[in-house]
Design a protein around this ligand. Structure first.
Ligand SMILES: Nc1ncnc2c1ncn2[C@@H]1O[C@H](COP(=O)(O)OP(=O)(O)OP(=O)(O)O)[C@@H](O)[C@H]1O
Ligand code: SF4
Ligand SMILES: [Mg+2]
Length: 428
């Protein structure tokens, strides 16, 4: 099938021709990611950045994408937007459907037209989206006119309205300012105004407030939530901070090493975290519930080197719940209650995890296995060799996976984030 002709620059919001050409009915979820695989070719080998993830998003839904640095949050969204750095990055498999369009197969011109107009992205650093040498007026008016059939005066009036909506005082005057004349928080508001200027159906916000101080961060996030609520915009909010997604999203995907390891509504995830990695993440952030004043426990060890092809559960080297099977078989995402019908979006989303041996609710609260005699399965020889190479240890030292700390016996790379192992009495 040949690629459809480029849509005219100022075509309307819908593109029935393009949809028909790609043969996908525009019914169904707004975004459907199916078995997405992303690889980077580097001098040091292939990086397995995203390893076959699937998720869906309905119009107006807000989804958090959470996980430690390097787990594939940004790459997932750059792949959706077809903005992977070239030539190293490529979509090596899977499908991305947006509003009935097959994004993996769209031409570059069609993608360019879609970006900004249908899907907008905002980043941690507003200067990646704002042009430092142009005034806000020049940038906003041009963006609006590039995608909409409106006069300059109409585009200007809309820009003033949007700056007002995001809380910029005296928007008529500030429109003539350059980006550097705004404070960090105000620049972030301008970026949100610009991203929303075309009323996109989907907004992807990649760590949008990480660089701001906590109070401004809360204000900007609240603003983003109010505006996207009002406009019915679907949102993917990327953050390493579970605290941020708690108040901002309806659903959460927890990512680890390029996999989704837990997915649930935000309420279910916080009520019953069920994957050892999520449990580790929750124990490493301050909780707002007053009853808990336990010390924060960082997740010990580091995510795996993604130049290795994934074998077994990627979290196994850090997991206190692991079984021998975890070293060899990576479990698929499955409902936490076996046999449940799987719902992928909305308030009835099925809570699913990828885990052979999930913590019980009591263990999740305690942050450690509570089963008498249970010890995490030691790594097989090949893993010890890899561990030795990764950590630059001798094989003998790599086998010494359990070390003593002030808090008791804690394993290094072989535990769920430094969570104490069961008391020695229970291990016998
Ligand atoms: N240009 C690139 N070349 C090679 N590898 C890359 C490139 N960009 C990302 N990666 C790799 O892809 C994986 C996923 O990276 P990604 O940027 O998505 O992480 P992230 O979850 O967004 O982390 P952070 O919280 O630090 O932003 C990492 O292993 C990273 O090293
Ligand atoms: S119990 Fe096994 S499958 Fe589950 S997170 Fe731990 S290592 Fe992975
Ligand atoms: Mg990132």
């Amino acid at each position: 099938m040949t690629a459809p002709a480029m849509r005219p620059e100022r075509a309307g919001r819908t593109a029935p021709m393009a949809r028909r050409t790609h043969g996908i009915a525009p019914a169904g979820p707004l975004l459907k990611v199916e078995d997405l695989v992303v690889r980077f070719s580097t001098h040091e080998g292939t990086v397995h950045a995203v390893n076959g993830i699937s998720f869906e998003l309905e119009s107006g839904e807000t989804l958090g994408l959470v996980g430690e640095s390097g787990c594939g949050k940004s790459v997932t969204n750059l792949a959706i937007m077809r903005l992977l750095p070239k030539p190293a990055g490529r979509i090596a498999g899977g499908r991305v459907e947006f509003d009935g369009l097959d994004l993996v197969r769209l031409s570059e011109n069609e993608m360019r037209d879609l970006r900004g107009k249908e899907v907008a992205m905002i980043f941690q650093d507003p200067m990646t989206s704002l042009n430092p040498v142009l005034t806000i007026e020049e940038q906003m008016v041009e963006t609006i006119r590039a995608h909409r059939k409106v006069t300059r005066a109409e585009a200007r009036a809309r820009s003033i309205e949007l700056l007002g909506m995001v809380g910029i005082p005296k928007p008529e005057t500030r429109l003539r300012s350059h980006p550097h004349q705004f404070s960090g928080g105000m620049r972030q508001r301008v970026m949100i105004a610009m991203a929303l200027s075309l009323e996109p159906k989907l907004m992807i916000a990649d760590e949008p407030t990480t660089a701001l101080d906590v109070t401004i961060q809360a204000q900007v996030l609240e603003l983003l939530r109010d505006l996207t609520d009002r406009l019915g915009t679907a949102v993917i909010l990327i953050t390493h901070d579970l605290g941020v997604v708690a108040g901002m999203t309806q659903r959460i995907n927890v990512m680890y090493a390029g996999f989704i390891v837990e997915t649930a509504t935000t309420a279910d995830l916080f009520a019953q975290p069920s994957h050892p990695y999520t449990v580790g993440l929750l124990h490493s952030i301050p909780r707002l519930d007053a009853e808990r004043h336990e010390p924060l426990i960082p997740i010990e060890g580091a995510p795996p080197d993604q130049r290795r092809s994934p074998t077994g559960c990627p979290f196994a080297p850090r997991c206190a719940w692991r079984l021998p099977v975890c070293w060899t078989d990576n479990p698929p995402l499955s409902p936490i209650v076996a046999g449940t019908r799987v719902v992928l979006t909305g308030p009835d989303t099925t809570h699913r995890i990828a885990c052979h041996n999930p913590p019980t609710p009591e263990e999740a609260t305690a942050g450690m296995p509570l089963r008498p005699g249970f010890i995490a399965a030691p790594p097989p020889g090949v893993v010890v060799d890899e561990l030795a190479a990764t950590l630059d240890l001798s094989p003998a030292a790599a086998e010494e996976v359990v070390i003593m700390t002030d808090e008791g016996p804690v394993s290094t790379a072989a535990s769920a984030g430094g969570l104490p192992l069961p008391p020695e009495d229970d291990q016998r």
